[in-house]
Design a binder for this molecule. Structure first.
Ligand SMILES: Nc1ncnc2c1ncn2[C@@H]1O[C@H](COP(=O)(O)OP(=O)(O)O)[C@@H](O)[C@H]1O
Ligand SMILES: [Mg+2]
Length: 276
């Protein structure tokens, strides 16, 4: 199950990328931490649709500044779990702790400033430029002045390698560039945790690596990330921890080597044999 180097270019500067890699250009060089990711604890988290519990009593620790990849079959509750963490879906029971403090008493809008989310579909405002898409929340929600919000948005677009696309509308950007704008938009709120729900699943294959490279660079720079992904190569290379979910539960948690090289449960073995 070893993934050849050529198939995991996001760990290195590579010419396989058809889109410019976001800075830093050489991932192997030491990079100053730019983010202060928070620790995240899920305690017995249960989420339901009506009478049906689709996430069942999940407990999980995500250390500050680390990346946890969540894998598992379709319908296993991965998206619902992410939506529960930032309260797009109100938990039925259990708790979510940020740096040890319960978040359930917080207003969901407050919480979503601390926990950013990036979706499969980018959900950009079509009638606004890339710059405006990134500046809007800092201006409207964070109540920065318009100039401060624009300056911040420029810096964030720079960070995701899109300085020269600031004035483009979404329709004039590739899917990969749109997703990078969505990531810049989430970063503009200065989150302590970033959640990614299949952020590359809607992209044309040649655009996937540019976004994975950006995600790996956020991870190296100290962001705490929970990444639902079908990109097993990315999970193997970029994750500190991999979580395998099935039927609403965590079946196995471990290092990428534990999960991919030494799967214990029959369910994980079967899943890997289907996806690898
Ligand atoms: N809006 C909804 N209403 C009712 N059931 C839902 C809804 N969204 C998802 N589900 C169900 O919840 C379960 C988990 O779904 P989901 O979290 O989307 O899984 P995954 O992201 O792993 O594919 C599935 O059985 C799905 O059918
Ligand atoms: Mg999903």
């Amino acid at each position: 199950m070893t993934i050849p180097a050529a198939a995991r270019p996001w760990t290195r500067d590579t010419t396989m990328n058809t889109e410019a890699s976001p800075s830093p250009a050489t991932p192997s060089a030491p990079v100053a931490p730019a983010y202060r990711g928070a620790g995240l604890d899920l305690r017995d988290l249960t989420l339901a649709y009506g009478e049906v519990d689709v996430v069942r009593s999940i407990s999980l620790r995500v250390e500050p500044g680390t990346t946890t990849c969540v894998i598992g079959p379709s319908g296993s509750g991965k998206s619902t779990l992410l939506r529960g963490i930032n309260r797009l879906h109100e938990p039925k029971s259990g708790d979510v702790l940020l740096d040890g403090a319960s978040t359930l008493g917080q207003h969901p809008d407050q919480l979503r400033r601390k926990i950013g989310m990036v979706f499969q579909h980018f959900n950009l405002f079509p009638d606004h430029s890339a710059l405006e898409n990134v500046a809007l929340s800092p201006w409207k929600v964070k109540r920065l002045s318009k100039k401060e919000a624009i300056d911040l948005a420029r810096a964030r677009l720079d960070e995701v390698g899109l300085r020269d696309r600031a004035d483009h509308r979404p329709k004039d950007l590739s899917g990969g560039q749109q997703q990078r704008v969505a990531i810049a938009r989430a970063l503009a709120m200065e989150p302590q945790v970033m959640l990614f729900d299949e952020a590359t699943s809607a992209l044309d294959p040649e655009l996937v690596n540019g976004v994975l490279n950006l995600m790996a660079s956020l991870s190296r720079r100290g962001m705490t990330m929970v990444v639902v992904t079908h990109e097993m190569g990315f999970a193997r290379r970029a994750a500190n921890q991999v979580v395998f979910m099935d039927e609403g539960q965590v079946v196995e948690t471990g290092t990428p080597e534990d999960i991919f090289d030494r799967p214990r449960s029959a369910r994980l073995q079967r899943f890997l044999s289907e996806v690898l």
